[in-house]
Design a protein around this ligand. Sequence first.
Ligand SMILES: [Cu+2]
Length: 125
Amino acid sequence: MAYGIDMSDATQDPQVQPADHSDAAESTSPRPLLGPHGVNQAALTRMKSIEGQVRGIQKMIESERYCMDIVDQISAVRAALAKVSENILRRHIETCVVDDLRTGSEAEQRRVVDELVEAVSRRMR
Ligand SMILES: [Cu+2]
């Protein structure tokens, strides 16, 4: 059931707006709590679906289903979570990162690149 969900991503999201950081340039925090984009509906929909999958796994455990079937369902949830991460990361790069590289200060540009490099290298360890 993990594979029937809508695969649309942020590139089709009409709510994605370019950022305007003109009044936030002097902020000392790395990023305002609210990003430059609207609610990520695709990610939200996926997380709700994953929530249903997790509840299904709980029921499988309660009803003592075959262990390997449970393990397979856990793998499906992991794959679904990875897909949500990818969606959020893509959207972040397309909006926050592009905006910071275009209009951010040198320090903001460095920060956003460092953050991405750190995220990628974490996955390579
Ligand atoms: Cu972002």
